[in-house]
Design a protein around this ligand. Structure first.
Ligand SMILES: *[C@@H]1O[C@H](CO)[C@@H](O)[C@H](O)[C@H]1NC(C)=O
Ligand SMILES: *[C@@H]1O[C@H](CO)[C@@H](O)[C@H](O)[C@H]1NC(C)=O
Ligand SMILES: *[C@@H]1O[C@H](CO)[C@@H](O)[C@H](O)[C@H]1NC(C)=O
Ligand SMILES: *[C@@H]1O[C@H](CO)[C@@H](O)[C@H](O)[C@H]1NC(C)=O
Ligand SMILES: *[C@@H]1O[C@H](CO)[C@@H](O)[C@H](O)[C@H]1NC(C)=O
Ligand SMILES: *[C@@H]1O[C@H](CO)[C@@H](O)[C@H](O)[C@H]1NC(C)=O
Ligand SMILES: *[C@@H]1O[C@H](CO)[C@@H](O)[C@H](O)[C@H]1NC(C)=O
Ligand SMILES: *[C@@H]1O[C@H](CO)[C@@H](O)[C@H](O)[C@H]1NC(C)=O
Length: 438
């Protein structure tokens, strides 16, 4: 009897405090979040910045669209009162699909604790991987209404992995880790979606400029770019495919790939249909072949026979336009004098390259803005590189080909939306208004 009275008293006290506390901040639930994405001029890596830890500090990260999770260097300058290692057998360990349970023999601190589970942070730029402690800490990101950043919101126990400083080798200066946006439960999109109960959906828009930011949207919002263009209105959709075999540098048996694959069925260059080996365009039982989207490959990488067929057709087409070959400029093999190349709103006037998806009506169009790279005043190169004769993935659509294209990944509906170039629609990925309206 007494205990039930105490219980109800406690309940009403709790209720009272809940009702009386100024909980406006806490009850604000964003519909979407926004992050800036910049292009590093020297590495051509795409970078973002989040706020993490207590007290909050800005953390610069390389964006890896297909990456498994957030990993950061915990060995240097990691100071936080809210850092929590994931204890073996905890819910966080199973969410992270963490393997093993370990102790640490070095000095205790972030990244080195006993009785914790670990994962394998992967530097997908250098293809190096190492073991790292799973942990949680506070992450703060700006909300958005689709047009501007709004107030910052907190995820108090954001799951990530710790890595040693050595894993940063090959990444842009000042970067402290990588932000994985891949198809796992602990990649950024899934964690944000579960923290704020919004759709497991995000969109990425890479700027072609190294001086103005592109944008990543998480959740459900419109994607408004100046001057008042909602880029979500110009998407075509294609199914996402799951590669059953991990494409990470190190992984355990049976793990699927966290990267995003789509089904390119044929390729056209101008009016020519390329005759490609269709086996290479689908993912086989060992996880070879197919087409993926990558922000860590600066340019599209094609399996050798596809590269040869595409470049041959391209050269024939441009030769017919009196465009002349120039010497190769690494990493490109096919370069041309700019003399007879006109400029258009959608880039240099060269034949378009069409990636045909599930039907002849669903086509990702690559215009000159995404195919031609200006390497000097007088020379433009075809921005595709040869991936060798038996690469893991036959077609890797790289960063340059994604610039000023909006790409939406909808995990719930297992589809990818793409806009093709926004330049024809009078906007660019650098046109999100980053002035806060909070
Ligand atoms: C882990 O436990 C071992 C054995 O008790 C101890 O020697 C070591 O210092 C501990 N490591 C950390 C990081 O606490
Ligand atoms: C939120 O946006 C403002 C304005 O763009 C920026 O100064 C601030 O750093 C952002 N906050 C976070 C947590 O990213
Ligand atoms: C987010 O966390 C920071 C750091 O602990 C704090 O200053 C801020 O008030 C929190 N914001 C919200 C909306 O809870
Ligand atoms: C998502 O946003 C669109 C338009 O912004 C809206 O029509 C739709 O109802 C929203 N869906 C959810 C689940 O909030
Ligand atoms: C190329 O393929 C498309 C679709 O299959 C077809 O409509 C078109 O006529 C073909 N073009 C040529 C030049 O063969
Ligand atoms: C097509 O590619 C597959 C996979 O690499 C290869 O085994 C096959 O021999 C190729 N077919 C032709 C006709 O080149
Ligand atoms: C290409 O150049 C030749 C010779 O200068 C000229 O006769 C022809 O009209 C040009 N063709 C095009 C498509 O410009
Ligand atoms: C950007 O957003 C701010 C805040 O809403 C607004 O004052 C400003 O006019 C916008 N800039 C442009 C170019 O529309």
């Amino acid at each position: 009897m007494a205990s039930s009275i105490r219980c109800s008293l406690l309940f009403s006290l709790l209720f009272f405090f809940a009702a009386a506390s100024p909980s406006l901040q806490q009850s604000f639930r964003p519909k979407a979040l926004v992050l800036p994405i910049s292009k590093d001029a020297s590495t051509l890596q795409y970078l973002t910045r989040i706020s993490q830890r207590t007290p909050l500090v800005p953390v610069d990260l390389v964006v890896d669209l297909g990456g498994q999770f957030l990993w950061v260097d915990c060995e240097q300058n990691y100071v936080s009162s809210t850092y929590r290692p994931a204890r073996c057998g905890s819910a966080v360990c199973s969410l992270a699909r963490a393997s093993g349970c370990g102790d640490c023999s070095s000095a205790a601190g972030p990244g080195c604790n006993n009785n914790t589970c670990g994962v394998i942070p992967d530097n997908t730029v250098t293809h190096t991987a190492t073991g790292g402690e799973v942990a949680t800490d506070l992450v703060s990101v700006n909300s958005t209404d689709g047009s501007n950043p709004g107030r910052a919101v907190n995820v108090t126990r954001f799951v990530f992995a710790c890595a040693p400083s050595s894993l940063l080798g090959g990444l842009a200066k000042g970067v402290e880790g990588m932000a994985g946006l891949g198809r796992t439960r602990i990649a950024l999109p899934s964690q944000f979606a579960s923290a704020f109960s919004f759709d497991r959906k995000f969109a990425i828009c890479l700027s072609s400029s190294t001086t103005s930011n592109g944008v990543i949207f998480f959740g459900n919002s419109s994607y408004n770019l100046l001057p008042n263009i909602d880029a979500s209105q110009s998407l075509a959709y294609t199914p996402l495919y799951l590669n059953p075999v991990s494409t990470a540098s190190a992984y355990s048996q049976g793990e699927p790939s966290s990267e995003y694959f789509i089904g390119v069925t044929s390729v056209r260059v101008g009016n020519r249909n390329l005759s490609l080996n269709s086996t290479l365009l689908s993912i086989d039982g060992n996880g070879y072949g197919g087409t993926k989207i990558s922000t860590v490959d600066p340019y599209t990488v094609l399996e050798s026979s596809i590269f040869a067929t595409l470049t041959e057709a391209f050269v024939e087409e441009v030769t017919a336009m009196n465009i002349t070959r120039a010497s190769a400029v690494s990493p490109f093999e096919y370069c041309f004098s700019s003399a007879n190349i006109l400029s258009t709103r959608v880039g240099p006037a060269v034949p378009y390259i069409y990636l045909v998806l599930q039907s002849d009506q669903v086509v990702w169009t690559i215009t000159g803005s995404n195919s031609m790279v200006q390497v000097s005043q007088d020379v433009l190169c075809l921005g595709f590189v040869d991936g060798g004769s038996s690469p893991r993935t036959s077609v890797v659509i790289g960063g340059y080909q994604l610039q000023d294209n909006l790409v939406q990944i909808d995990l719930a509906r297992s589809r990818l939306g793409f806009s093709s170039t926004l330049l024809g629609r009078q906007t660019t990925c650098a046109n999100f208004n980053f002035t806060s309206n909070a």
